[in-house]
Design a protein around this ligand. Structure first.
Ligand code: NI
Length: 182
């Protein structure tokens, strides 16, 4: 296991369209090692999720987990989820504003509208098909991570850039003012 270097905003890999993983490759030692390293990297930096582009590998893999996380103290928990070749389809036209951050945009937060419910179709780390409905914060994180795989960073989706805040000022001036969903 290894902690991988995380690309920061401005690195071109974050703007790359990630390539699908061939189902036959999912169980290879190489892909399994990458998944383990992504999980360890996400834990090390207290991320809620991590997409492979963020560790300089433009493949359609993301890991998500929210336990007790100091970066997201009020977030509902999400069990460790590995998504490969995800297709995320909105189940509603309704969106909700919520705060997001990103390990590739260190120490910043911004308000992003996201669909409140999505269908996730993907493969898991064994290559098995997954088809589930995700709501609220899990739906938000899935949209954030699949955006990464399409070269989109959450900053692109901030509707009101006046919310874009350094975390110290966010804690002082914003926390608890807007409905907080992350
Ligand atoms: Ni991110």
């Amino acid at each position: 296991m290894a902690i991988l270097k995380v690309a920061r905003l401005g690195h071109p890999v974050l703007r790359q369209q990630a390539e699908p993983v061939a189902p036959a490759d999912i169980r290879s030692a190489h892909v399994q090692q990458l998944i383990d390293d992504m999980i360890e990297t996400m834990h090390e930096y207290d991320g809620a999720g991590l997409a492979a582009n963020q560790v300089h590998v433009p493949r359609r893999i993301a890991v998500i987990e929210v336990g007790k996380n100091p970066r997201y103290p009020d977030a509902p928990e999400i069990p460790l989820t590995v998504v490969i070749n995800p297709v995320v389809t909105p189940l509603t036209e309704e969106t909700e504003d919520g705060w997001e951050g990103c390990l590739s945009v260190p120490d910043m937060r911004g308000v992003v509208p996201r669909f409140t419910g999505v269908r996730l179709e993907c493969l898991d780390r064994e290559g098995k098909a997954v088809d589930l409905v995700a709501k609220e914060f899990f739906a938000r994180v899935l949209q954030h991570e699949t955006d990464h795989l399409n070269g989109i960073v959450y900053v692109d989706r901030i509707r009101d850039m006046r919310t874009f805040s350094h975390i110290a000022e966010w804690q002082r001036y914003w926390l608890g003012i807007r409905e907080q969903s992350d």
